[in-house]
Write a protein that binds this ligand. Structure first.
Ligand code: FPP
Length: 260
């Protein structure tokens, strides 16, 4: 399958033969909680609550597949436009997830990192995410990045401002920056490059998620609603990824060139 590309695209720390081709880093737009609830005549909050269960299943399935890093879109900078009640429900998910799962995630070697702006978050939520990051900072088996109060454009703006500030502090009058500088200043800098972006629920857009990081990521859109997600759906998406030919702007080798 993968015939070319940077080292991260074809290497995995897992010894399992079927995982040696990655993906190392999968990003997920967990869409369809509201529709899942509406189809059952339930309030949207129930859809989000079931979404947390799907997230737990998916983190386990990702680790089993040899994936090293999962980045999930929990709350976008645009989600503040939803009703106060729904915003409060979505904030409550962080409390519930960290409250019920932090100890287990710690034991299983999962490092948690929250992407997005801390300012604007309710104080107790900011404290919870700080705690989750602090208490898992030494873990290195699996990286779970939760984008919360996150927007791809905002993250690029923040990265640029960070670089400009650092340059000013070191007395550089007209700084110029490279792609690697920007890579390193984005909130995603701890993870390997994003190999695969999955969006559930049949919608086909990025919605301001990982705009810079998506440059050469493969995209898979699945019709399943997020609360129904789990190992089977993730396996299907990874299978599709592994059938893709990643060229990173180059060309696939001609069959004769491969033979010689
Ligand atoms: C999109 O569904 C989903 C969200 C806005 C929230 C995603 C959050 C979770 C799945 C829970 C886990 C998150 C954390 C932070 C622990 P939607 O409400 O837009 O669904 P719809 O398009 O069907 O209305």
């Amino acid at each position: 399958m993968t015939t070319s590309g940077p080292p991260h695209a074809s290497e995995s720390s897992s010894a399992r033969a079927d995982t040696v081709t990655g993906p190392a880093h999968v990003a997920l737009i967990m869409d369809g909680n509201g529709r899942w609830a509406a189809a059952r005549g339930l309030p949207r909050a129930m859809g989000h609550r079931e979404g947390v269960q799907a997230l737990k299943r998916t983190v386990r399935a990702a680790a089993d597949l040899g994936i090293q890093c999962l980045t999930v879109f929990g709350f976008s900078t645009e989600n503040w436009k939803r009703s106060a009640e729904e915003v409060s429900d979505l904030m409550g998910l962080v409390r519930a997830y960290v409250g019920s799962d932090l100890d287990r995630l710690k034991r299983e070697g999962v490092r948690i990192h929250i992407l997005g702006r801390r300012e604007g978050l309710p104080e107790d939520i900011a404290a919870i995410v700080d705690r989750a990051e602090r208490e898992t900072a030494h873990n290195d088996r699996f990286l779970l990045q939760v984008a919360f109060n996150y927007g791809g454009r905002a993250d690029i703006v923040d990265a640029m401002n960070r670089l400009v500030r650092r340059a000013a502090e070191s007395g550089e009058a007209s700084p110029t920056f490279t792609e690697a500088d920007i890579d390193g200043a984005l909130s995603t800098h701890r993870g390997p490059p994003v190999d695969l972006i999955i969006r559930t629920s049949g919608e086909q857009r990025l919605s301001n998620f990982l705009l810079w990081e998506a440059a050469y990521a493969e995209m898979v859109f699945q019709d399943i609603l997020w609360p129904d997600y789990g190992a089977e759906a993730l396996n299907a998406a990874v299978g599709e990824y592994r059938r893709r030919d990643r060229r990173f702007g180059g060309r696939a080798p001609e069959p004769s060139a491969v033979a010689s």
